[in-house]
Design a protein around this ligand. Structure first.
Ligand code: TYD
Length: 244
């Protein structure tokens, strides 16, 4: 538990921060490699926005709708299928199908009501995992993404950036057990190599589209990361407001 309140950590120069109250009607995505700690920060931003009077529509991917949760089960089952592993394009299309339903059923209506839509993962995950990690060309993912998203691109993607060692230390022990069980060294290095590609995939997205990405250094204590995230968000929300 943090000894300092979230509100005081989000203040700017001693004054109460006003940026959380301006998040209504925006679409913000939290993303990053497994073990980046994004979900903890996600919860804290939800609290901050709600305390500022903003209604938050929280969505997670894959899933977030009945159909999406069914697709999620197929995707998770596929991870354990050794004899006939899922084809990478099939995997990408399933993530995207779940996303199309999520946008139609939850994201668009919530934005129309003026809510903050906060998504735990989105197309940035597909670009990082199936693209940079798996090797699918970015152009294919973007082409399918255009069909699925129908112009509903996020206002901002917050990427929680961590190195492989920090991510591994933070990962759920169950997940860690799955990835690094029998032959510890071989699997560990395979995990780290994949993490590096995924991480680079996120950083490349941010470099190529800096206006829509905010990279937060996610190393260190939870409160430090929270402070960095708030500082970055304050700046970006100001830009939203200036642009109207
Ligand atoms: P999940 O259990 O939701 O984990 P997390 O808390 O890290 O979000 O698992 C989602 C996994 O699916 C995660 O390893 C990232 C992966 N993923 C993709 O490979 N492509 C995608 O498009 C999405 C949304 C997720």
């Amino acid at each position: 538990m943090s000894a300092v309140s979230d509100d005081s950590l989000a203040r700017e120069g001693g004054a109460p921060a006003d940026w959380p109250g301006k998040l209504g009607g925006r679409f913000v995505v939290f993303d990053g490699p497994d073990g980046s700690g994004k979900s903890t920060q996600f919860r804290r931003l939800v609290g901050l926005a709600e305390a500022a009077g903003v209604t938050v529509c929280e969505v997670r991917e894959p899933g977030g709708t009945h159909i999406g949760e069914e697709i999620r089960k197929v995707l998770l089952d596929a991870q354990h299928e050794e004899e006939a592993p899922i084809d990478l394009r099939c995997e990408m299309l399933l993530f995207m199908a779940s996303r199309a339903q999520l946008i139609a059923q939850r994201v668009r209506p919530a934005l129309a009501r003026g809510e903050l839509v906060l998504a735990d993962r989105f197309i940035s995950s597909t670009l990082a995992y199936q693209g940079a990690g798996g090797g699918l060309p970015v152009e294919e993912i973007i082409a399918v993404g255009k069909v699925a998203l129908q112009e509903c691109w996020p206002d901002l993607v917050v990427v929680f950036d961590v190195d492989a060692a920090t991510a591994r230390a933070r990962m759920n022990p169950l997940l860690r057990g799955q990835e690094f069980d029998t032959d510890q060294d071989r699997m560990e290095s395979k995990g780290d190599a994949f993490h590096r590609k995924v991480r680079q995939g996120y950083l490349d997205q941010a470099t190529n589209d800096p206006g829509h990405y905010l990279v937060v250094d996610a190393r260190g204590e939870e409160d430090e990361v929270y402070g960095r995230m708030c500082a970055g968000l304050a700046e970006r929300v100001k830009q939203f407001t200036d642009k109207g």
